[in-house]
Design a protein around this ligand. Structure first.
Ligand code: SF4
Length: 201
């Protein structure tokens, strides 16, 4: 059976897709089927009812956060993500989204950060991944042009819409951690350096 929810670090993580709008050279998909001993390869993407059915089996107050992450980019299923978030918030869970931050390119004409905020999303962790566009394109190989600037715009929107922002980078030699920390400060986001061994969205 597919793993659509898994526990680690006191959190519950949701794995709703294996698709992504990037193809990062450091993605765990390149060398593993999952993390923490869970196989996160999906034979079929779960529908909203299946995810909520899985959540209904858990004692949600036991988790610090419920986190959209997994072996893919959660915002490629944006409407499902919003619906599940609303369900979780109606039950009092703290909810976080881990994302590559391409939602404005995936959904032109929509206001993704505003919609996330309206659904009740508490924290958005955006993969900053690089200090400039050239490095970003080399490391993340995004499917859309202008992904780096769009990601920065989305991160700014997260704060404007009243959610907590976190920006993350992977500890690779090509990444200027100091410059990335400055970018995070400028966007009023928390900053986190992730280990290469656990890189996903
Ligand atoms: S690391 Fe994340 S954003 Fe990059 S390809 Fe993997 S799932 Fe997509």
């Amino acid at each position: 059976m597919d793993t659509i929810a898994y526990e680690a670090h006191g959190n519950l993580y949701l794995n709703i897709t294996n698709r992504c709008s990037a193809n990062c050279i450091f993605c765990i998909k390149n060398y593993s089927d999952g993390v923490y001993g869970y196989n996160l390869k999906l034979k079929k993407e779960p529908d909203v009812g299946e995810v909520i059915g899985e959540l209904g089996k858990r004692r949600l107050p036991d988790y610090t956060e419920v986190v959209f992450t997994g072996l893919g980019e959660p915002t490629v299923r944006f409407d499902e993500l919003l619906e599940i978030t609303r369900w979780l918030k109606s039950r009092g869970s703290a909810v976080r989204l881990d994302t590559i931050g391409h939602a404005k390119l995936l959904y032109p004409g929509r206001a993704p950060a505003r919609e996330l905020s309206a659904a009740g999303m508490d924290v958005v962790s955006v993969s900053l991944n690089a200090h400039d566009e050239t490095t970003y394109n080399q490391l993340c190989r995004p499917k859309f042009r202008n992904s780096y600037n769009s990601m920065l715009g989305f991160a700014g929107d997260v704060v404007t819409e009243g959610m907590k922002l976190r920006l993350t980078v992977v500890d690779l030699p090509a990444v200027d951690i100091g410059k990335c920390r400055e970018i995070a400060r400028g966007l009023r986001g928390e900053f986190k350096v992730r280990s290469y061994a656990t890189a996903s969205p």
